[in-house]
Design a binder for this molecule. Structure first.
Ligand code: FES
Length: 125
């Protein structure tokens, strides 16, 4: 694991979700009410790009099936979207299943944003 400079602090506005490529990983860096967070940009449900989602309180809501993940704990906290529309067919439980967000440590220092991320494939020697 190592800290990688992602961008200047001013590039991530408050209440925004932004996508970055960090060491080949599609990474989301967001700021909610002044607090930074970072995670894998791939939705743990079916892989949609989470930066296209939106906030609901302290949750990020995936645009595709509206699963909600807590941006502080990474936990899946709501998948009630399945029940709100009569037009959506009930899917089998295996398809609905989802893991939690993969969160990364993030910090702001000297006007820049850094994310701690796994190093790429290491060569065995
Ligand atoms: S892909 Fe994100 S909720 Fe289904």
């Amino acid at each position: 694991m190592s800290w990688v400079k992602v961008c200047e602090s001013s590039e991530v506005k408050d209440n925004s979700l932004q996508k970055f490529n960090i060491k080949g990983k599609d990474t989301l860096v967001g700021k909610r009410n002044g607090e930074l967070f970072a995670c894998d940009n791939s939705c743990p449900h079916r892989g949609a790009s989470l930066h296209r989602g939106y906030f609901k309180d302290d949750n990020i809501v995936c645009y595709l099936h509206e699963y909600e993940f807590d941006i502080k704990s990474g936990k899946l906290v709501n998948m009630a979207s399945w029940r709100k529309s009569n037009t959506w067919k009930e899917q089998n439980p295996a398809w609905r299943k989802s893991g939690d967000l993969i969160l990364y440590d993030v910090e702001e220092k000297d006007g820049n944003i850094y994310v701690k991320i796994e190093d790429g494939n290491k060569q065995e020697s």
